[in-house]
Design a protein around this ligand. Structure first.
Ligand code: AMP
Ligand code: ZN
Length: 458
């Protein structure tokens, strides 16, 4: 039984899709004005593993991840750089696609951009006004009237009075209530704008996701996800807008990922404590980064350190050592390991527990290796296939050990050939000298039945 923690109920619930066999899943995407950082990697890798697992369990998933390509921060960045908004967003969308492909994140089925959905957003705002939940403020902007919706606060578990007293007392004569949030804002000179019944302007941030999710997944869909910073106000407001416009519930299960942190702080652009994905990938394999991200539960906070990346690499070395020299095309069926892996992932996508099952499986492969090579290979086939469900261990083992940019693989092969020639002519001194030379390059060699193999040591 698959159980998922739902932010709405603050509990793990048995998951039943709204339509048998099918899942609609929406994940809030990136605001494209800078390079993506490790915090993004965390949330989107969590979503990626959830989608992969649903598919492994036989569901037909429609995965939607939008792109926010109109926003105050984008406009500011374009002005600073004296670039057009399109030039800024195109550049960072391209960079995001490169980074996400490098991380082996599955492409979403749909990747709508906010600027493609302006007419849908306008139509939705009109419905919200018609249903009595929004109004035009004295400055001409359109606001959602929070107090008209009884369910407001249900997702973030905020009491409206509490919110009110906690809210900064804004000196605002334009809104009826400080909590009311903007649906449409009129353009200031030099800002991008679209025509609307309320004048030329642009949408508020939250309305885009309500409009895009409604178009692509329908009125009421299965899963909505994002990082936990989005619970309030973004998701609370999306929820309010969709309910107010469509008069239906909006989302069945809300999933929120914990923060990737630098020490005690959330990694974020505004705090300036961020490390971009591309910076990390200069020094580390993408698989190492993914392994590090999956080594904690998606809802727990995860503190980034270089040391944890090195540990992740060591874990992968253990796994690839278990897969090495074995054919992987057949897997053992009905294995206890597979059942345990499913039980772990069924428990709110518990990847650390699932990985510990994979470690047990790796030990079993090593135990079987000398005794029963067929069983060892079948277990190795299972390890590779289960690991694929969370997106790891899909590289060829030899390639994994050799893929290290700090070493020239061609030179290593040459030295190994020279050493084998020296050994063949019984020139042991030369063979030892070459082994030492390889050691000084941090390359360890092993002579086995299939010839000499090598790996990097750290
Ligand atoms: P943004 O580009 O800031 O709108 O964020 C895009 C997505 O990344 C949202 O789902 C955020 O919740 C998520 N995100 C941003 N920073 C972090 C972080 N430090 N840890 C986890 N998720 C994050
Ligand atoms: Zn959103």
């Amino acid at each position: 039984m698959l159980q998922i923690h739902n932010t709405l109920s603050r509990q793990k619930e048995e998951f039943k899709p709204l339509h048998p066999g099918k899942i609609g899943m929406y994940v809030c995407g990136v605001t494209v004005y800078d390079y993506c950082h490790l915090g993004h990697a965390r949330t989107y890798t969590s979503a990626d593993v959830i989608v992969r697992y649903f598919r492994y369990r036989g569901y037909d998933v429609r995965y939607v991840r939008n792109i926010t390509d109109v926003d105050d921060k984008i406009i500011k960045r374009a002005n600073e750089k004296q670039e057009s908004i399109d030039a800024v967003t195109e550049r960072f969308i391209k960079a995001m696609h490169e980074d996400f492909a490098a991380l082996d994140l599955l492409p979403p089925n749909d990747e709508p951009r906010a600027t493609q959905y302006i007419p849908d957003m306008i139509a939705m705002i009109e419905k919200i006004i018609a249903n009595g939940h929004a109004y035009v403020g004295t400055n001409g902007d359109v606001y959602f009237e929070v107090r008209t919706l009884d369910s407001y606060g249900c997702l973030s578990h905020h009491d409206i009075e509490q919110l009110e007293s906690g809210a900064r007392v804004e000196v605002s004569e334009v809104k009826r209530d400080p909590l009311d949030f903007v649906l449409w804002k009129l353009a200031k000179p030099g800002e991008p704008s679209w025509n609307s019944p309320w004048g030329a302007g642009r949408p508020g941030w939250h309305i885009e996701c309500s409009a895009m999710a409604n178009d692509l997944l329908g009125e009421y869909f299965d899963i909505h996800a994002g990082g936990r910073d989005l619970i309030f106000p973004h998701h609370e407001n999306e929820n309010a807008q969709s309910r107010a416009a469509l008069k239906t519930p909006f989302v069945k299960v809300w999933i929120h990922a914990g923060f990737l942190q630098m020490g005690k702080d959330k990694m974020s652009k505004s705090l300036g404590n961020f490390i971009t994905i591309r910076d990390v990938l200069r020094d580390h394999d993408a698989e190492v980064l993914r392994f590090f991200l999956l080594s904690s539960h998606y809802r727990s906070p995860l503190v980034y350190t270089e040391d944890l990346l090195l540990q992740a690499r060591q874990s992968l070395v253990r796994f690839y050592t278990a897969l090495r020299f074995l054919p992987l095309d057949k897997k053992i069926e009905n294995s206890e390991y597979e059942k345990q892996f499913i039980a772990a992932m069924d428990d709110d996508f518990n990847t650390p527990l699932a990985i510990s099952v994979l470690f047990d499986l790796a030990h079993e492969i090593q135990r079987l290796r000398e005794k029963d090579s067929v069983a060892a290979a079948q277990h190795a086939g299972l390890l590779k296939s289960l690991a694929g469900v969370i997106g790891i261990l899909q590289t060829d083992a030899e390639q994994f050990f050799q893929a290290d940019e700090s070493v020239d693989a061609g030179k290593v092969e040459q030295l190994i050939t020279a050493r084998n020639e020296a050994r063949a002519s019984k020139n042991w001194a030369e063979a030892d000298r070459i082994r030492d030379e390889l050691m000084s390059m941090k390359v360890a060699i092993e002579d086995g039945a299939n010839g000499t193999t090598w790996k990097m040591v750290r």
